[in-house]
Design a protein around this ligand. Sequence first.
Ligand SMILES: C[S@@+](CC[C@H](N)C(=O)[O-])C[C@H]1O[C@@H](n2cnc3c(N)ncnc32)[C@H](O)[C@@H]1O
Length: 424
Amino acid sequence: MPMPHEPQPMTPTVRSAAIIQPIPAPVMAPLLPLDHDAQLALIAGARDAKPVEGLTHCHYNYPARFSPQMVGQIIETFTRPGDLVFDPYVGGGTTLVEAFARGRKAIGSDISTLAEFVTRTKLVSLNPTDAERFEATVRTVASKIHMNLPEPSFDDWAQLGYFRNLGSKNRWRLRKAIAQAVGAIEQLDDPSHEALARCAVLRTAHWALDGRKKLPTTDEFRAMLECSAGIIARGAVQLYHAVEDHRVLPPQVLNRSIIGVDEDAAVIKAGAPRLIVTSPPYPGVHVLYHRWQVDGRKESPAPFFIAKALDGSGETYYTMGGRSKPGLPTYFSQLDAGLRSLANIADNQTTLVQVVAFAEPEWQLARYLSVAAEAGWEEVKLSALGEQEDGRLWRAVPNRKWHATSRGKTGGAREVVLLHRLNR
Ligand SMILES: C[S@@+](CC[C@H](N)C(=O)[O-])C[C@H]1O[C@@H](n2cnc3c(N)ncnc32)[C@H](O)[C@@H]1O
């Protein structure tokens, strides 16, 4: 049986900070006006360590994705059906799936075309009959994968470098299997099935290539593709049943930066969100959102080819700047601009919930909070947490491999759930 996909490694880089500031004292922030039981439910949801499951969450393991239980509870706590939820760093779309299933309006945006593809695909629902047809379609696609059959040519993608690092003597078979599957998918005439089938190949190729020492055989690849189609079909049917009685329109997915989102026509039209829940790239932490790691540290942009989405950007584009400069000036100036754009679309009913991990929490958390305050956001705390730790809602990050933990550091293995309201 194929092994489940291992999570992406993430590497915090330890640099000396320009300004080392202590974590602010817990007593300074005002308390969130939320009754005690609601606070306890929020805390339990954030600390729920169950593996990711349900709805369409298992279509693709997007790096550093949210726990659906946590984001679901955050949505329940701060919104009612029909309210608007916004996630400006939407990644693999966990927020939009949970919001849609709970009858909330939702908008998500991300600069990555891969994130846009994954999110849009996770929002496709299928009725049970259509789901059976989809699975049969993927079985036909899988039957076209054979090393004795020709490899379809994707010269334009090859010239742009999307097959980089897939030509070696042990990986060419997988490249050929992927190309044969994508070639067969391009013959489909149902756009929803095409997107879901691409997602099944994406999931399978991720499992087959990313961080793998021993590569699967062609037979195992074919079997995993059919297994992925089953998981995707069942998820899409679950979503279908979750939303069938709701009257809200499906969420909108925008391919754009958080910076300037306050000038985006779709966002302006939607009005102030009741909840902004999001997880930006983490300061000083290396996450490969847009590549798979093959053959040790070599990177593959194949996910974009499979998703039929153009990439063209390097790591710093997706992580808000490089990690080399002390004090991470690019990261914090982008954070500042993004939080200012969010302040412009919010009103005094909006709660901003950010889930952030830090390579060096001892100075980065204080810097993060001071940037948020300058951008117009006031931190609020939960009275139910009392004097625990620094009075903030910290959570362990289950199943995430941080290189920092092996070096004895603990910062990266935990995230904090920061709560803010506008300070005007
Ligand atoms: C931590 S991930 C979000 C994961 C998401 N919460 C999920 O459940 O899958 C951060 C995302 O921010 C995106 N990103 C980075 N800079 C951005 C920007 N300026 N505007 C919008 N998205 C950006 C990255 O492409 C990445 O997908």
